[in-house]
Design a protein around this ligand. Sequence first.
Ligand code: SAM
Length: 215
Amino acid sequence: MRLRHIAGAEQTVADCVYVVGDPQDRKGCWNRVFGNDHPIRMEIGMGKGKFLMEMARQDPLINYVGVELYSSVLLKAIQKQEEEKLSNVRFLCVDALRLGEIFAGGETERIYLNFSDPWPKDRHAKRRLTSPRFLAVYEGILVPDGKLEFKTDNRPLFEYSLDVLAGEGWEIEMQTFDLHRSPYAAGNILTEYEEKFSSEGKQICKLVASRPKKE
Ligand SMILES: C[S@@+](CC[C@H](N)C(=O)[O-])C[C@H]1O[C@@H](n2cnc3c(N)ncnc32)[C@H](O)[C@@H]1O
């Protein structure tokens, strides 16, 4: 994703009541952040937040955490949330690699990865959000039957992710190389990137995987 520097973005993020500051202090007590015991789902690399906010509108009894690395990207989501004030939405401006410091084991029910950056060069493979070191973080914070949902237009990244997930012991529960023309299309919520790529005629791949079962 091409990034623009936006003056004041970091301060706006720091000042926003919906962005959780010092998030490592919330580890094990996220129910206090939301003021209830509802399950937590998160989108990692949420971009401008269209998908996350629509999920939150549809499921008020689920808490949604949007994770985004860049404050300049998070700004748009913050603007929308400050207008709408959805009580079940919070944001984190952190690298997903840090999520194990921020959530205790079993504190998250489901993780969404939507149109994650593909990092096509082999030497950058470890930056992919479906690489083994990220999967280990997700495994550490998900409930025992927790799920990872992944959508992308990038077929090589999708095939790489299927291989890595299987290799790391995740069970692939569903997969399709053409989501919008599959039985799984019903109820699908489009992300910003999904809208753009599908309007260009690109096929969208989707998988759902469940966390490795420990003996
Ligand atoms: C291509 S955009 C997709 C945005 C949105 N999910 C969508 O589908 O429209 C990928 C996003 O992931 C974020 N991202 C990349 N690596 C990340 C990481 N390690 N931790 C958190 N966010 C990350 C990027 O900053 C970018 O906003």
